[in-house]
Design a protein around this ligand. Sequence first.
Ligand SMILES: O=C(O)[C@H](O)CO
Length: 337
Amino acid sequence: NKHCTSARRVLKRALTEGGRGREYRVAFITVIPSRFSCTIGQWDSDEPVTRQELLKGIAGAHGLYCMLTDKIDEEILQAAGPNLKIISTLSVGFDHLSLDEIKKRGIRVGYTPDVLTAATAELTVALLLATSRRLMEAVEEVKNGGWSAWKPLWLCGFGLQESTVGIVGLGRIGLAIAERLKPFGVKRFLYTGRQPRPEPAAKVQAEYVPLNTLASQSDFIILSCSFTPDTQGMCNKDFFAKMKKTAILINSSRGAVVNQEDLYQALTTGQIAAAGMDVTVPEPLPTNHPLLSLKNCVVLPHIGSATYATRNAMSVLAANNLLAGLKGEPMPSELKM
Ligand SMILES: O=C(O)[C@H](O)CO
């Protein structure tokens, strides 16, 4: 294999933003040239590659380095042709990859678990606190003159102390979120998923419960599951109807796990207290989307893993996955399909 396609480099911005970013970029760009001889067709921008460019650039490639913004489906795989044997995605999520089509062609897939766990968990906690303690509203009030005096009930929210936290998906990130929340004085952790996970659960004394129980008993519900046909639209009007009126929903998994129309209804009718979303459908969410008009909904632009160090580690891991795959070796992080 003498060719590979690097769809783009994500750390270009790190360089232009200065500071620590500079060393990260160096780390990334040295991976491919020093360890493997290949021709790189690169989309050299921090913006997603256009579909057209990707279709054109991938023709004949042996490997593809892509991101979650690239939908790798039958059309792309056809355009690549039979040379393509390795796909390396700069993400832990892989719902942008048509795995059936990929498997059919005997293509191996690399992804980036573990290295982003801490950053994603940290952001999820930040989003939870920003939502539950109404930080966005509070900052806005300071800026717009709404801060008239200290008042007993003004901008009150909900605290974690003595609360019940429900986690949907107690995987690597779900567990890391629970571990970070525990010191806030959470009383009970509930979790749900395809099956009980006694080992991680024991670390935070989390109880495995059915989804309905989690919905009705939790004060905070955190979505940290993969996006699959089972989880698609899982948080819908039935789910919201079971939640406490004082409960808060936090989503740092994939936007489509939540039915956004039903969420809007639940938030505007007082069925639930608030929601914090780091992921939406679509991304970006149009600026006139109804959810953005709500004070009790905090929306972030999918920044769970966005620390310089984490994006650097993801980039290096994705490059090493690609190289190992091209050499026919085991990848550092290969997706089991
Ligand atoms: O799947 C992923 O990797 C996250 O959504 C972004 O880092």
